[in-house]
Write a protein that binds this ligand. Structure first.
Ligand SMILES: Nc1ncnc2c1ncn2[C@@H]1O[C@H](COP(=O)(O)OP(=O)(O)OP(=O)(O)O)[C@@H](O)[C@H]1O
Length: 259
């Protein structure tokens, strides 16, 4: 079930370095939110705080709250592994497990979570996840072939299938199309539009057209200079952000004047 996210006064650190400062924002369930901004402003860092992936880096920590349907992911009683089961992630480069078959790749996350299932249930989950990722028709006759035998765009859809197989509530995507050709990119964008019926989606992208095409809301992050923390400058409905942003820095960035 898609969940809402409320971030309150979040500071994100690598050791003593404050990488992202004082972020507060709200993300509605069943919506697509795009994070845009120049390199180094902390988009990926902030994204990774939404499923507690940030803290796997030694010395990395956060202050503040990330509420998912009202529960703070950083409360002491919350298990980070359980958080990542609810908040799936797709990375910049497609990263299927190379020695695993297509079907095994889809099930990899589920097996990591120690879920035992019958052969029939596993087959159904593979088919449902691959259908959900718009990949089923292309691979249904070669499910036992290695994931690495697919094209880059197909591999990325396989990674999306692997992410949705664990039935997350939220899907985080960190520049999911940056390694893909334009046709595969459009296929992923179409898929994002379909997935938002079931999931809350947050996508980091450097591609303004992509943000404009796929997202309902856009958040613009910026950085005042090297060594300074990234900040959220403004967030609004995507058509508003791209036509009449409130801040000059947003307008300059989206019109290509910097970044
Ligand atoms: N593992 C790390 N250890 C220390 N500092 C890091 C680490 N990862 C990122 N940073 C720093 O945190 C800041 C934000 O980086 P981040 O990658 O989140 O920015 P970004 O906006 O996603 O950039 P890009 O668009 O280039 O991917 C940068 O100053 C970066 O050097």
């Amino acid at each position: 079930m898609a969940k809402r996210i409320d971030v309150n006064n979040l500071n994100v650190y690598y050791g003593n370095f404050l990488a992202v400062e004082d972020i507060s924002l709200a993300i509605e369930p069943r919506s697509v939110t795009a994070f845009i901004g120049p390199s180094g402003c902390g988009k990926s860092t902030f994204l990774r705080t939404l499923n507690r992936m940030h803290e796997v880096i030694p010395g990395a920590r956060v202050e503040g709250e990330v509420l998912m349907d009202g529960i703070n992911l950083y409360d002491s009683g919350v298990d980070p592994v359980a958080v990542r089961r609810h908040v799936g992630m797709v990375f910049q480069r497609p990263n299927p497990f190379p020695t695993m078959s297509i079907a095994e790749n889809v099930l990899a996350g589920v097996k990591l979570n120690n879920k035992r299932m019958s052969r029939g249930d596993a087959d159904d989950l593979v088919e449902g996840s691959l259908r959900g990722a718009n990949l089923w028709d292309e691979v249904k006759d070669r499910l036992d072939k290695p994931g690495s035998s697919l094209s880059g765009g197909q591999q990325q859809r396989l990674c999306i299938a692997r992410a949705i197989a664990i039935k997350p509530d939220v899907l985080l995507m960190d520049e999911p199309c940056s390694a893909l050709d334009p046709i595969s990119t459009l296929a992923i964008e179409d898929l994002i539009q379909e997935l938002k019926n079931d999931y809350t989606i947050v996508i980091v992208t450097h591609n303004m057209q992509q943000a404009a095409r796929v997202s309902d809301r856009t958040a613009f992050f910026n950085i005042a200079g090297t060594g300074k923390p990234g900040k959220l400058i403004e967030m609004n409905d995507t058509p508003v952000m791209f036509s009449t942003p409130s801040e000059k820095a947003t307008e300059d960035y989206i019109s290509g004047r910097f970044g």
